[in-house]
Design a protein around this ligand. Structure first.
Ligand code: PXG
Length: 294
């Protein structure tokens, strides 16, 4: 492979360093866009149809019309993966409302812009998957669903997540736990949270104001297939501190243990057996299922 990277710009493959995006892209001007992060493992694009479906649901919610139907976008994603030759990689799909100055969408000329790339991405070093993350509860709250529905993976919403992540960084933590406005456990800045208590798996309900993660859904499915009971109660930090095990899930982070929250060790401060079991099940599942890109 030459190492030349290609990106897809409104359906056309172009060399990454030659890709030019419009100066008045509404995504750039106002955060008026959507995105999906998707992984390819072993040449198989994991949960491709679920990610494409979520992208189109988000677009529907924001009344952004993609120029192509889901099936065509799915093919463009696969073509971008192939063009870059990554059998293991990270796909980013970004859609913006289009190009035009002024917040009024009436000013937008032409169609929505669709940008797709495929790169290598390791969010955390391998030892963090062995030792577990330190997490800090941050003061940045989740936006409440009456403002921006968190199921909409909208680019502009992520300023809140970025501020939350910066807060976690400042306290030396690997991730930040975000609470809802009422103070209930929500999610981390780019991951969902799971607790293990008394052999059962607990995760906040999607309706509390979090992203319904595709990794979250996968872990729930794998746990249930292994005979583990899963419930979705409303929880507070008390539940997190007193859990036997905690882990986070997300496309970028995958399944990663969390062993310390706000100065409290979780269990014995080491990744626990159910976390390890589900990490192994997830690894196997991602290696063996997905849409072939090559
Ligand atoms: N919550 C939030 C707020 C997220 O942004 C998840 C949960 C997990 O969802 P999935 O469907 O991925 O299991 C996310 C996803 C990044 C990055 O650049 C972040 C995500 C996805 C891809 C890339 O850090 N977050």
């Amino acid at each position: 492979m030459s190492g030349q990277q290609f990106v897809s710009l409104n359906g056309a493959l172009v060399k990454k360093e030659e890709a030019v995006i419009p100066f008045y892209d509404h995504g750039l001007l106002y955060g008026d866009g959507l995105f999906e992060g998707i992984r390819v493992y072993n040449g198989l694009v994991f949960k491709l149809d679920e990610h494409v479906a979520r992208l189109y649901y988000s677009a529907k919610a924001l009344n952004i019309n993609l120029p192509a139907p889901p099936q065509a976008t799915r093919e463009t994603i696969l073509e971008t993966v192939r063009a870059n030759g990554h059998r293991d990689g990270y796909i980013r799909v970004t859609v913006t409302r289009g190009t035009g100055l002024g917040l009024d969408p009436k000013h937008i000329k032409g169609e929505a812009n669709v940008y797709i790339s495929c790169e290598q991405l390791a969010l955390y070093p391998p030892e963090m998957y062995e030792d577990g993350l330190i997490v800090a509860t941050v003061s940045t709250r989740l936006p409440s669903p009456d403002v921006i529905d968190p199921r909409v993976k909208c680019t502009g919403k992520y300023i809140n997540n970025i501020m939350a992540k910066a807060e976690a960084n400042r306290s030396g933590a690997g991730e930040g736990l975000m609470l809802t406005r009422e103070g209930y456990v929500g999610e981390a800045t780019g991951d969902n949270i799971f607790l293990v208590k008394g052999g059962q798996l607990l995760t906040p309900p999607a309706t509390i104001g979090i992203l319904q993660g595709i990794t979250r859904d996968t872990v729930i499915m794998l746990a249930q297939a292994a005979g583990i009971s899963v419930s979705e109660p409303i929880m507070t930090q008390y539940d997190v501190y007193n859990a036997d095990e905690v882990f986070l899930t997300g496309t970028a982070a995958e399944v990663i243990p969390a062993v310390e929250f706000d100065g409290r060790l979780i269990g014995d401060g080491k990744p626990g057996p159910m976390t390890r079991q589900l990490m192994a099940a997830f690894r196997e599942h991602t290696r063996t299922t997905g849409v072939p890109a090559f």
